[in-house]
Every structure is written in structure tokens, then in C-alpha cells.
Design a protein around this ligand. Sequence first.
Ligand SMILES: [Zn+2]
Length: 285
Amino acid sequence: MRTAWAVRISAGVLCLTLGWIAYTQNPAPGKLKVNKVTDDLYEIEGDGGNVAAYITNEGVILIDDKFDQDHQGIVDAVKSVTNEPIKYIINTHYHADHSGGNTKFLPTAEIISTAMARQNILEHKQSNAPPGVSPARITFTTEAAVNLGGKEVKAYYFGRGHTNGDAAIYFPALRVLHTGDLMAGTSPLIDYNGGGSLVEWTKTLDKALQLDFDTVIPGHGAITNKAGLLTYRNNVEKMRNRVSALVREGKSQDEVANFMTKEYGWMPGSLQQQWSVPGMMRELR
Ligand SMILES: [Zn+2]
């Protein structure tokens, strides 16, 4: 059990690290792979966040659009399964590995996000984002729906977690949920600068878990199910309890950082160390 867990953690860290290197040093397009989820829903994985493509006879609805350099790769991936044009894109949140493709899609598709995701892009809250990431033109605060070709996609804002503007995307007819980075890898990345919260995260997931679904497309990582999302939620809670005990014992930020490396594989210099640890020290005091 311990070994399996350690392997999974290392794989997650490796993934984040490789993504980071690819992103900062080599903005070349990544290799993408198309996975069929249902007859009319596909997942496009590789380089950046998991994209979902919902095919209707009036066009395609995309969830997220990866990095700017992945635009053509996404277009080609969609073309490999349908001739319908990409009409709508819903961003799960503002990070450049989920919304970085917006600029090239905006001339031909409508893009929708939470109001906070738009605001975070305008305020350049992601310190390492490339300049010029375009925000969505259409925003919502609690819930939105796209209806196309007789099919419906719902987008909900359930509260803070990874950021202060994460949308959970629901396909009611398919009983599928795309979580964005409210579920990603094996442990949470809390973007405190972008309004994230480890305390609120589990409450946000509890609301999402009230929806009626079987299949879960996480922001990063393999497709899973409702039980997988519940396990992830419980692991977030366990991690929060362990860290908050350390903070309340008076442990220093360095001691907490070392604990996170040893127990959760948060490597020195990683985004989790940079974005999450200082904020956890403040929030869990
Ligand atoms: Zn993210």
C-alpha cells in the first residue's frame, strides 16, 4: 500500500514537474491523446489540463483549452472525431494550462468562465503565466448552462478551493463531472494568490458531490469515478488536519515545507511549495 501510494505521488510530482519545465522552457506543442468517455464525449489529455469535448449536431462544447501552444493540437484532436466546429468553451479556472488557448479560440468561439476567473486573468494573478492570456467574454457567478443541439452542459461555482473561481462542469445526460483542478494529481495545489483555500476546498467538493454523476474527469490525471472523487476529498481533509496540527504546535514554515516534501512529495521549488505552503501557514494558524 505504502509503495503504491509513493509511486503514485512520485508520478504526480513528475507530471507537475515535467509540465512546469515544458511550460517555462519549451513552449512547443505537447503530444495530445484523445480518449472516448461516451459516444459523444471525449477527453483530450497531455500537455496542460484535461480537455473535454462534447459533440452535438450544432457544434462542439469544449471544457478548457490547455496552453496557447496547444491550440492546433486541440483543433486536430476534435477534427479526428467530428467535423462540427468548436462553438463554446467553458474555462474551469484562470490558470494558463486550462485557459491559455483562449486567445486563439476567441475569434471563432464564445468563451465562458466564472467572473473571478476573468478577474484573475485581468489582474495577472498567476505570476508565471505568459503575458497576453485572454479572459472569457461571458461570465457567471453561481451557475450557467450551455444548450446546443439538444444537449446541455452546466457550470457551477461552489466556492473556493484551488482558486476563488473554480467551475465544476456537469453533463447531466451523461452523468459526468469535469472538476477542473478541484481534483488534480494526488494532493491539492492551493493557489492562495488566486484566492484558493484549503479550509474551503472540502466544502466546495461536498457541494459538487451532491450532483448525480458516475464518471469524473479531473483537471489532471486519469479519468475516475464518484468514489475516486470522494477519496480525494477525504485525503484533502486528512492533509489539512495534519498540517493544521503542525502549525498549531508552532512548527516553522521550513518544518512544514519539509513535512510536505516527505509525506506528499512536494519538492523544493515546486509550485505547491511556492504557492501553497506560505498561505497554509496563514490560513491554518
Ligand atoms: Zn490550476
